[in-house]
Design a protein around this ligand. Structure first.
Ligand SMILES: NC(=O)c1ccc[n+]([C@@H]2O[C@H](COP(=O)([O-])OP(=O)(O)OC[C@H]3O[C@@H](n4cnc5c(N)ncnc54)[C@H](OP(=O)(O)O)[C@@H]3O)[C@@H](O)[C@H]2O)c1
Length: 261
């Protein structure tokens, strides 16, 4: 595709897992990329792979999105490089396992900073230009954790409920503007996430995991179709729906069982 015709997608958390697979898909579909994560080497490796495979131009922003100035830095860098971000993918996120009262407080707050604050901040920073152009789309990665409370990962589940509700609300506000918002809700997916959250061996993952590429394809398709919410995988969809009919206390009790080893 000629360089002038290429649109740009900005993807947070592009160094591993679902974000990395989304970067590969957007590159395959002819987008240039802004790749954001902390692991500069991984991002450089990915950019080089995608340039060879698809002629993709990538701007690498190796930054920690839990730092208060990070979202503004990302906007500043894309503005300086004269990049018009057509698609914003807020994918970076992590989870913390354990009893809330015993978990490390700093890590708990970083989780909210990344999963909630950075996602909200980047959305707010990139929306005005999209609205002015009457064109753009935002993909926010939540989780099936968004549909019920999650004992033993209380803060993580709550951050994902925020992402789902926030995304659905602004998708509604943005109707008719030319800008769409899609919330992707993956279930357990084989990535670095489990190891980082220290949830290896919990019951939930014993029911099987999806692969990151399939989840990313589901997210890409839903975004292109302008769907407000996409739950990846039929089994995950079924579980998310079943919660609607359960008393809330029962939903929490079942989630607790699934979170235990
Ligand atoms: N895997 C699952 O079972 C699952 C299920 C439902 C939803 N999700 C959600 O899917 C999204 C992607 O997760 P994943 O499964 O692909 O996990 P992953 O393999 O651990 O990837 C997470 C990505 O986020 C980036 N990241 C983490 N902390 C960051 C920070 N402080 N600043 C900037 N980037 C940061 C990581 O890059 P660096 O380490 O290089 O910074 C990495 O690229 C997350 O929002 C997660 O909550 C995952």
């Amino acid at each position: 595709m000629p360089m002038a015709d290429r649109k740009t997608a900005l993807i947070t958390g592009a160094s591993f897992g679902i974000g990395l697979e989304l970067a590969r898909i957007f590159a395959r579909e002819g987008y240039n990329l802004v790749l954001v994560a902390r692991s500069a080497d991984k991002l450089r490796q990915l950019a080089s792979e995608l340039e060879k495979a698809h002629g993709t131009h990538s701007l690498i922003l190796a930054t920690d999105l839990t730092e208060p100035g990070a979202s503004a830095y990302v906007l500043d860098q894309t503005t300086r490089a004269d990049i018009q971000v057509e698609v914003l993918v807020n994918n970076a996120g992590f989870g913390q396992y354990g009893m809330f009262a015993e978990n490390d407080l700093e890590e708990c707050l970083r989780q909210i900073q990344l999963n909630v604050t950075a996602l909200t901040h980047l959305t707010r920073l990139y929306l005005p230009a999209m609205l002015e152009r009457k064109s753009g789309s935002i993909l926010n990665v939540a989780s099936t954790a968004a549909f019920q409370p999650g004992p033993l990962m209380a803060v993580y589940y709550a951050t994902k409920a925020y992402v789902l509700h926030f995304s659905e609300a602004i998708a509604n506000e943005l109707q008719g503007t030319g800008v769409t918002v899609t919330c992707l809700c993956p279930g357990p997916t084989a990535t670095e996430f489990q190891q980082r959250a220290k949830i290896d061996g919990i019951r939930l993952t014993k029911f099987g995991t999806m692969d990151a590429h399939t989840v990313a394809e589901d997210g890409y398709r839903a975004l292109m179709d302008g769907k407000p919410v996409a739950i990846s995988g039929f089994k995950n969809w079924l579980v998310a729906q079943s919660v609607r009919f359960a008393p809330r206390r029962m939903a929490a009790a079942v989630a607790r069982k699934l979170q235990e080893r």
